[in-house]
Design a protein around this ligand. Structure first.
Ligand code: ARG
Length: 566
């Protein structure tokens, strides 16, 4: 249940009955306990517009609010805030029932386009953010009851394939091996950059590929298959929920591209500029007043990245999308702005209510420079994951573990991969972030190992108490301050998930889970559990169970495995 929305609804209803207007109560979490649990901050603004005294309006709103079941007290404070204190029985009952997430009844369809690497090369660190952040958002939307359609818009149709196919004329390539493809790619790219005639031929190959030439297509397929099986491996290692069914490669839109051009033309949106077909929209004008085109067809007849994205929107509207989310790095901001605007103008997104581009900053090395190998090359994702697992294993060994070799290896995988993912997810995706092994593997702070440890510690309480956590039930009665604070945080879970779903910032969930663990530590340090009297013991064990469940579900939504023991 989204408690914040529930309170907002109640107070906004009262505002309506007092003023006759629908206005936001602007409910916020209180930062100081003397201000209650939540605060309504919207009263002053409404009073000002109506030219009435804010404190008086607040009093009237309080008098009209129906709140007995949720709220203990509503108090006017300062110039016209309303401080809201929740009733203990309200959250105790919620926690006793245990279903903190209420799935949506009227389902909306959300298409989420993420990971989407360009094929023919190995996945590198640059693919990590979109893959991990996108997967977390997809899982959260799923959990909230949206109908989620994942789309892995892999780049399998561009110039890079023309290059590879053309290079088959010069070098033999018969391997099935990714490392060989990587070498072949490099030598093809070199020729492409250095030899204009080769480049010309490579482009011609793209045209024959796109026009369906069988021989070219067969050659292309071999490259694609090597690449895709590599992606599968990486997804598997990362525990990313993308499968082959989610593949919606650029090539799959090929047949739709002429339709896109035709539709744009019909709407009078096409304009020829230097031989290319373009769409110029007024809102895209540089500061010097130059109009910025979205090019949809080159002078040689070839289609572009943008054309494919327009076709994808047409297709996604047919899939029933109410919303489309894209996750890529920030360099594609203008691209998506233009594509969204053109799609709307062209009537390709009539039923789609929202199109969001959630962009990400770059991954940087600890010196603040781009994250590269010592030789200045891109870092392969598989190397990065190997290192993560190795470092986690070294850490475990240095602490002297009693586990068997296999157990240690499994643990190291969960910890190492979890650390890499959580480090990324816990930062605001808009910022560039510094990739730092020591920070992400630290047992203290907002890190995966800390969160995994917090969960494992709760499980050890149940082992000590010799209870099965999922068999616990009964009454929750938060008497102590630290207990009340923990319970109150637990019931915020849905509020946080809803916020991530709306704004696409998984770090909100990380911050929440980290806070929750800190509140749990306080609760655990201050209160006795096993030595408390029977009633308190039962209540506290149930609070432990609910905390463990929220941590487990929260981490699993971030794609992070929890461990029963650490
Ligand atoms: N393949 C692109 C890249 O690597 C990302 C594709 C994102 N999705 C999209 N529909 N354009 O930059």
């Amino acid at each position: 249940m989204n408690v914040k929305s529930l309170i907002a609804e109640r107070i906004e209803l009262a505002i309506y009955s007092v003023t006759g207007q629908h206005s936001s109560a602007d409910i916020q979490l209180s930062t100081k306990s003397e201000h209650g649990d939540y605060q309504a901050n919207g009263i002053m603004r409404i009073a000002k517009a109506l030219k009435i005294k804010p404190r008086e309006l607040a009093e009237q709103v309080i008098a009209q609010t129906e709140y007995g079941d949720i709220v203990e007290s509503l108090v006017v404070a300062g110039p016209g805030f309303i401080n809201i204190e929740l009733k203990n029985s309200f959250f105790s009952e919620l926690l006793e029932k245990g279903n903190l997430i209420k799935k949506r009844e009227k389902t909306k369809t959300v298409v989420i386009d993420y990971s989407s690497p360009n094929l023919a090369k190995e996945m590198h660190v640059g693919h990590l953010r979109s893959t991990i952040i996108g997967d977390a958002i997809a899982r959260i939307l799923d959990c909230l009851g949206y109908n989620v359609i994942r789309q892995n818009h892999v780049g399998d149709w561009g110039t890079q394939f023309g290059m590879l196919i053309e290079n088959m004329e010069h070098e033999n390539f018969s391997s099935e091996n990714l490392a060989d493809l990587e070498t072949f790619y490099r030598s093809s790219k070199k020729k492409f950059d250095e030899d204009p005639e080769f480049a010309q031929q490579a482009r011609a190959r793209v045209v024959s590929l796109q026009s369906g030439d069988q021989l070219t297509r067969n050659q292309w397929l071999r490259f694609i298959n090597i690449s895709l099986s590599h992606c599968r491996e990486i997804y598997e290692r990362l525990g990313v929920s993308l499968s082959d069914e989610d593949l919606a490669p650029e090539s799959s839109y090929n047949a739709l591209l002429p339709t896109v051009i035709e539709a744009l033309n019909k709407r009078g949106l096409l304009e020829e500029s230097e031989g290319a077909q373009c769409v110029f929209l007024e809102e895209f004008t540089s500061s010097e007043g130059d109009r910025q085109p979205l090019i949809v067809r080159k002078s040689d007849g070839g289609y572009l990245y943008a054309t494919t994205d327009l076709a994808a929107i047409l297709h996604r509207e047919n899939l029933g999308a109410d919303r489309i989310i894209y996750i890529t790095d920030a360099r594609q901001k203008l691209h998506f702005k233009q594509v969204f605007a053109v799609a709307k103008q062209a009537g390709f997104a009539k039923k789609i209510e929202q199109m969001n581009h959630f962009s990400t900053g770059a991954m940087l090395a600890s010196n603040g420079r781009p994250f590269k190998t010592r030789e200045g090359g891109t870092i392969r994702l598989s190397d990065l994951l190997n290192e993560a697992e190795q470092r986690a294993l070294n850490l475990l060994k240095s602490k002297g573990s009693e586990l068997t070799e296999t157990e240690q290896n499994d643990l190291a995988k969960a910890i190492g991969i979890g650390a890499v993912k959580y480090a990324d997810l816990s930062k605001n995706r808009n910022s560039d972030y510094i990739f730092d092994w020591d920070n992400m593997l630290a047992l203290n702070g907002n890190t995966a190992p800390y969160m995994q440890y917090a969960y494992a510690r709760i499980q050890s309480i149940f082992r000590q108490a010799e209870v099965q956590p999922d068999s616990l039930s009964g009454k929750i009665n938060p008497v102590a301050q630290s207990e009340r604070a923990l319970c109150k945080e637990l019931i915020r879970f849905q509020e946080v998930l809803d916020q991530v779903a709306a704004e696409g910032f998984p770090h909100y969930l990380c911050v929440y889970l980290y806070n929750l663990s800190s509140l749990f530590s306080k609760f655990y340090e201050e209160l006795t559990i096993l030595d408390a009297d029977k009633e308190k013991q039962a209540s506290r064990l149930l609070i432990c169970e609910r905390t463990g469940s929220v941590l487990k579900l929260g981490l699993s939504l971030l794609g992070i495995t929890v461990l029963e023991r650490m």
